[in-house]
Design a protein around this ligand. Structure first.
Ligand code: SME
Length: 161
């Protein structure tokens, strides 16, 4: 597999996600180091879809702990039930926020973040971490993002954990 991903230009978001999911599935299946695999997932999503912040938090010592990411520096630990990430952990479901100012308890790692989607990584009913993506524009995430990112996270859980 080439180390450069092939991202279709002028394609719909759905097509970009489908192409990414196909290529990333092969890339992470060929990588035995979890950090290396997740690092490439964040880089590919961030570059192909132009997000403001893209990264993983993994649960360590009962906190979501900052893992690989692309974008500005971020808070390094998040407690259960806190912020969008901690809520996705507590509720074991994807949380999509159109306007972060409207989400009670949102943790503002950057004042430039305007909307956000957080997908939990769930294995055997247990949350292992989250994929967190921020946009600097409001209402950037829709059901296509939710569906495709959930599919990608399922593949990540099966392959990397
Ligand atoms: N906004 C998140 C915190 C993580 S940063 O966005 C990278 C939250 O409320 O959990």
């Amino acid at each position: 597999m080439s180390e450069t991903l092939n991202i279709p230009s002028n394609a719909s978001k759905e097509t970009v996600y489908d192409s990414l999911i196909t290529q990333l599935s092969a890339l992470i299946a060929a990588e035995t180091d979890r950090t290396a695999a997740l690092a490439n997932v964040t880089a590919a999503l961030h570059e192909a879809l132009g997000f403001f912040w893209t990264g993983f938090y993994l649960i360590k010592n009962d906190r979501l702990t900052l893992n690989v990411f692309q974008g500005p520096i971020a808070c390094s630990r998040i407690a259960y039930g806190r912020g969008v990430c901690g809520t996705a952990w507590a509720e074991k479901r994807t949380i999509k926020v159109d306007d972060v100012d409207e989400f009670p308890g949102h943790i503002a790692c950057s004042s430039l973040s305007r909307s956000e989607i957080v997908v939990p990584l769930v294995k055997n009913g247990k949350v292992l971490g989250v994929l967190d993506i921020d946009s600097d524009k409001p209402t950037m995430f829709d059901d296509t993002d939710r569906e495709k990112l959930e599919k990608l996270c399922e593949i990540i859980v099966c392959t990397c954990f």
